[in-house]
Design a protein around this ligand. Sequence first.
Ligand SMILES: [Zn+2]
Length: 250
Amino acid sequence: MTRIHKGSSPPLRLTALSFARTWPTLDEVSLAYMELEQDSYFSLFSSADITTYIDRSLHYGKQAAQKIALPTSSGLDELLNVVLRSGAAVRFDDGTSSQSHWVRAQYKPKEKQIVIYRSSLEQLRQFFARAHFNVSPDDLIALHLYHEWFHHLEVTRLGRTDRSLPKIIVHKWGPFKQRAYVERTREIAAHAFTQHALGISWYPSLLDHLLHYEEKGWSNGRIREHFQQIRTQIEAHYALIVPKIEEEPS
Ligand SMILES: [Zn+2]
């Protein structure tokens, strides 16, 4: 276990950050479930569908991190080189005042361009600073970059996650069935890819949820309680096997 340096330099690498010591955490299955819940067809999913989409899209992202030649060192320069060599352009955007800070980054498939919003980098810097962690700015960029690079790899090399999974029946007229792809699976896979490529112990969408509850003024205790409720709910309703979180002693 790497010791955490609080306060000033040197910046803390994300791989050295022990999340569970500072924040409430939630396992990847629960977080993937929360992602899937935002799919427009979620109400049509059976328990079996939910398990399938979660398991298979998590697997798709993890497998991609093994299949793709990742940078051999953990420096941002090398990651940028690998991304550029794969045919993607990278642009940093200062955003406008109307730009929501919830938009972290995006991939524009037509232009094959990854856009990273500086407002998102700053939001995360502040999040970690509030807990007295001076996190490596390069790692925060890498966190965004890996996610969007996965979307680039999906359309250029791997195939889109949703297209590799069974479609969902959205309408039935007698013998005719209309089916659709489940697009949120792409996000589940992108987070899994990011986690494994970056070598961090936590599923990245955890940050979004923590920020969301912090903004509502919730204490860590309340968030922890809420996360426990979510786990219980998922276990009760959907027969998903939710791994228990091993809380590290503080
Ligand atoms: Zn995405």
